[in-house]
Design a protein around this ligand. Structure first.
Ligand code: DQA
Length: 138
């Protein structure tokens, strides 16, 4: 699963100077295409809702499915998302398009990182690509 949190559905028009001009549909397509090349059946989802993201993380844990997770703003304050990630039963890689450490102070801390298997940030869609490569490599 490639799970995306709030406001990521607006990629393309959302602050393109920070997040780039690739649309959310473009991100989905890139992940699916790379997944096919890597032999992964990639399921890309996005929600603006914290509860929905928690339920998808539960589903991934129950099914032992690896996850690429961009928790978006939930990264910085959602203990509910953090606690759901902590229940993971397979690899989970936290990704960010931008480099949060080079931005506002409130973005410098991730409550998710300590329970993720790894974190990749600052490479635009490349962050997702590297995470999918890591999952494919096991
Ligand atoms: C983000 C970084 C977060 O700080 C921000 O709230 C987002 C996107 C990123 O992909 O760079 O929504 O996770």
């Amino acid at each position: 699963m490639v799970l995306n949190g709030p406001n990521l559905g607006r990629l393309g028009s959302r602050e393109p100077g920070i997040y780039g001009t690739t649309t959310y549909a473009g991100l989905v397509e890139e992940c699916r295409t790379l997944g096919r090349e890597l032999g992964l059946d990639v399921d890309v989802r996005q929600t603006d809702d914290e509860g929905q993201l928690v339920r998808w993380l539960h589903e991934a844990a129950d099914r032992e499915v690896p996850v690429v997770l961009n928790p978006a703003a939930f990264t910085h304050y959602s203990y509910a998302v953090r606690d759901a990630v902590a229940q993971r039963t397979a690899q989970l890689i936290e990704v960010h398009l931008s480099q949060p450490h080079a931005r506002e102070p409130f973005r410098h801390h991730s409550v998710v990182s300590a329970v993720a298997g790894g974190t990749i940030a600052g490479l635009g869609i490349g962050s997702y690509r590297l995470a999918l490569h890591a999952i494919a490599a096991g």
